[in-house]
Design a protein around this ligand. Structure first.
Ligand code: NAG
Ligand code: NAG
Ligand code: NAG
Length: 607
């Protein structure tokens, strides 16, 4: 068995190397082909990074090289959507529309963003700063201002290697996500998060947002100047415009000790149940100190669950006073930003001349074929393989924050992107039922649902925050990342996997993560007014910034219904510059059709 696994692992690595070589010639992606995670359709075809959830091929791709060109495109097209590098699992949110009146616009092609291409070695970075450089660090204010099209990995690696007197170990974001290959604008727009009971999601951390709005102007919004619009823009799913720049807080990197506890899922469930209990008691007391104390045991915890074996790896972190790190160089293991942008020569004219400056026809996306590995191992062996691949990643020790807090490695991102078509779901449930829900999910896993899993679910915890559409608006939540690695390859629904997703959504009132999978099937069940307390406040921001629905996409989720004294009134009648009027009621929608009854088997089979 062990030797079979070893052979398997070698095969995986061999194919990985081969595929990387093979794809070198494609040059279709705004990521350096020699970066491991190079496989994505954008900016040439409109699909996700594996060629799925594609838009109608008549939809145009916008590749503006300047903000002026971006604004002109927004004015010219009736339907517009800002997109990143294709990490979306929902066509309806992702596609501006379904015909040639529609354009999906990327921000990776701005000359100023691409200028990061020309970076010399790290040591000489400092000389390059000028006003057009896409990342600007202000050490005194402890902020970074970054253009929307810069990828999170690039930003984090840039900060980590920005070694200065005030930041002798470089700089970092207070909390960041596991997956870091999306653009910063996309990550902020969708409430992307790590595991933190202190700092919230990237959307919760953001300090200032510059957005290109429907009337073709740039608007900069801060919480001080306009708390209402800011709360709407923090998680906007692209519905309010295209985020061109954000300002985020940064911290000088410290030494962070990473520890790993291996335990059973049963034991972890008991821990979360205890947190749930003490959180509920603290909530009743209303004492903020007691509440944060109750949540302390899950601070920054990332737990990898192995449903097949019933094992769980709990990774946790502690900030240290020391500045001495394990390992010799901070740069080893950190990816060189230069690599990402350098050798890309495709010039955007591959799909014919532009209709207008910056607007291009799509190249036809090629959906990734099935994974040759899925059938190589059974679920027990995948469980072991998952552990083998994770071991080097989670190794305990003292590292800089960038390295200590786990992120998906470039290599594993590449493996999954190129060879392993999957749909990534994520559900979040409130902390007052986190333990109870996890306990029941654990029972479902034991009763056969584990067979639907090939990659360990990842459990994290995030503090409550105020952005209207944040998953944690209303209070802290437990997030469970769930991946279906079977249905694309086997061309049949993954019913055991669906059982788990439906359980969380139907019985734990879970919210789905914006932009991840599940929306295409469960959107008919979505009723913003009952899922989000500030739903109509968000609607009022839409009335203000996008009154004609340029950014409405094809999603049926964007629906608002206001009533006053029991009668329906136009939403705009209930909106003021500070949000939705308390004289009105944000009412449940009446136009919902096609919501499958709770527990109904959906037979999800993505295109
Ligand atoms: C794409 O849009 C065109 C024009 O609106 C339409 O004729 C065609 O059926 C659409 N194709 C798909 C696959 O929906
Ligand atoms: C997977 O295969 C191994 C033999 O390699 C076997 O021991 C194990 O029971 C199988 N597991 C399942 C779930 O079929
Ligand atoms: C465009 O919209 C923004 C935001 O609503 C507004 O502040 C600005 O005045 C508008 N500009 C024009 C030219 O209409």
């Amino acid at each position: 068995m062990v030797s079979r696994l070893k052979i398997g692992l070698c095969t995986v690595l061999l194919f990985l190397a081969l595929s990387a070589r093979q794809t070198l010639g494609f040059g279709t992606c705004r990521q350096d082909p020699t970066a491991q995670s190079h496989f994505c359709g954008l900016p040439y075809s409109l699909s996700n990074f594996q060629g799925y959830f594609a838009c109608n091929t008549t939809v145009q791709v916008g590749r503006p090289d300047s903000k002026d060109q971006l604004l002109a495109l927004i004015k010219s097209f009736p339907r517009v959507k800002g997109v990143g590098v294709g990490h979306s699992w929902s066509r309806d949110f992702f596609c501006a529309g379904g015909n040639a009146d529609s354009i999906d616009i990327v921000l990776t092609e701005l000359t100023s963003t691409r200028r990061i291409n020309a970076l010399p070695r790290w040591s000489r970075l400092g000389n390059l700063y000028d006003s057009t450089f896409p990342i600007h660090v202000d050490e005194d204010a402890q902020t970074v201002t970054v253009q929307g099209g810069v990828q999170t990995r690039v930003l984090l690696d840039f900060l980590a290697t920005h070694i200065t007197t005030k930041g002798p170990l470089g700089w970092t974001l207070p909390s960041f996500s596991w997956y870091i290959d999306q653009t910063v604008a996309g990550a902020v727009a969708t409430g992307t998060h790590g595991s933190t009971m202190k700092y919230g999601t990237l959307s919760g951390q953001v300090l200032e947002i510059e957005v290109a709005v429907a009337n073709g102007t740039l608007v900069t919004v801060t919480p001080a100047a306009n708390p209402h619009l800011f709360a709407a823009l923090q998680v906007s799913v692209g519905r309010l415009g295209i985020i061109t720049q954000v300002k985020l807080p940064i911290k000088a990197q410290k030494a962070v000790k990473r520890s790993v506890d291996t335990m059973t899922m049963d034991a972890f469930v008991q821990e979360v149940l205890r947190v749930e209990d003490s959180y509920k008691i603290a909530l009743q007391s209303g004492d903020e100190g007691a509440i944060s104390q109750a949540l302390e045991p899950v601070e920054a915890v990332q737990a990898f669950a192995f449903p097949v074996s019933g094992d769980l790896w709990k990774v946790s972190y502690r900030l240290l006073a020391t500045t001495s790190l394990d390992g010799t160089s901070e740069l080893s293991g950190v990816v060189d930003t230069e690599k990402y942008y350098q050798s890309i020569t495709t010039d955007g004219t591959t799909s014919g001349p532009p209709k207008m400056p910056g607007a291009f026809d799509q190249k036809k996306p090629l959906p990734l074929g099935g994974s040759i590995f899925i059938d190589l191992f059974n679920s027990t062996e995948w469980d072991l393989l998952g552990k083998a691949l994770l071991v080097p990643l989670v190794a305990p020790g003292i590292y800089s924050a960038r390295k200590s807090y786990l992120t998906q490695s470039d290599l594993s991102s590449a493996f999954m992107s190129d060879l392993d078509p999957y749909d990534q779901y994520e559900v979040s449930v409130t902390m007052d039922k986190a333990g109870t829900c996890l306990a029941r999910a654990n029972e479902l896993w034991k009763s056969g649902a584990a067979e639907g899993f090939r990659v360990p679910p990842l459990i994290r915890f995030v503090s409550g925050e105020t952005p209207y559409l944040s998953n944690t608006n209303g209070g802290p939540r437990m997030f469970v990342n769930l991946e279906d690695h079977l249905s694309h390859t086997l061309k049949k629904p993954n019913l055991e996997f669906e059982r788990i997703v439906r359980y969380f959504v139907d019985e734990c009132d879970a919210r789905l993560h914006w932009g991840k999978a599940g929306w295409p099937y469960l959107e008919p069940c979505f009723d913003g007014a009952s899922h989000y307390a500030n739903w109509c406040d968000f609607g009022c921001a839409v009335e203000e910034l996008d009154p004609d629905g340029k950014f409405r996409t094809q999603s049926n989720a964007w629906s608002w219904r206001a009533t006053q004294n029991g009668a329906d009134v136009p939403l705009s009648q209930c909106c003021s510059p500070t949000g939705f009027s308390s004289q009105c009621t944000c009412a449940p929608r009446t136009d919902r059709t096609g919501c499958p009854a709770p527990g109904t088997v959906l037979h999800i089979l993505a295109d």
